[in-house]
Design a protein around this ligand. Structure first.
Ligand code: AMP
Length: 193
């Protein structure tokens, strides 16, 4: 089944080459599996690497960007399916719409915010999509520790941690991308009573 894969990732151009390389390799595999990608529409950093790879591999990519970023020419000039929205909030909403799999590649606060929002939505049964952290070289270990602590201290339940996947290899990532959808979440499990 062809899926919509939403990729959240860094806009920074300064990160190590290994992050660009893995972003490209993962993107190429997603396109080879006949899925399409939705992303933030940028041309720089890992976002740019993702878009360039899709275009090189003749896949489909949809960019979603607020008008103010277009004004400063942050849009990727070769992404033809670009959706312009008014606000950052509208951008996140549009990227979530119709998505089957969310992936956080390494990134900064923009990426963290985006992926955390979908975790919350999944807890509330508002999305049933898979949520995957690509934990390249332990980049997301601290995130796993933070959420585990929230579970240990009963701010969240273990079932909430089970709704999220942390993978450290591309093979594991692709298995999840190509897997059947996750089980539907019961909203009653959302709160810790
Ligand atoms: P970060 O992981 O902090 O780099 O955040 C990625 C997010 O940064 C994107 O979703 C955008 O909201 C925003 N962003 C910052 N700079 C750019 C840029 N040059 N082009 C596109 N998006 C950007």
């Amino acid at each position: 089944m062809s899926k919509q894969v939403c990729i959240y990732c860094a806009s920074s151009q300064q990160v190590a080459a290994k992050y660009f390389q893995h972003s490209r390799e993962i993107t190429a595999q997603i396109i080879a599996s006949d899925h399409h990608i939705i992303y933030g529409g940028g041309a720089s950093g890992l976002m740019g690497a993702v878009a360039d790879t899709v275009i090189e591999n003749k896949g489909r990519i949809i960019g979603v960007m607020p008008h103010f970023m277009k004004t400063v020419e942050w849009n990727h000039p070769d992404v033809t399916e670009m959706i312009y929205v008014d606000t950052m909030a509208a951008r996140k909403e549009r990227m979530i719409e119709g998505t089957d799999v969310f992936i956080a590649l390494p990134g900064g606060t923009g990426t963290l915010e985006e992926i955390i929002e979908v975790i919350t939505l999944k807890r509330l049964g508002q999305t049933h999509a898979s949520i995957i952290f690509y934990n390249q070289d332990g980049y997301y270990d601290a995130m796993h520790q933070m959420i585990s602590r929230a579970v240990d201290e009963r701010f969240m339940t273990a079932s909430h941690l089970d709704m999220i996947h942390f993978v450290s290899t591309q093979a594991e990532l692709m298995d999840l991308v190509n897997a059947e959808a996750d089980a539907i979440i019961d909203i009653n499990t959302a709160v810790v009573r």
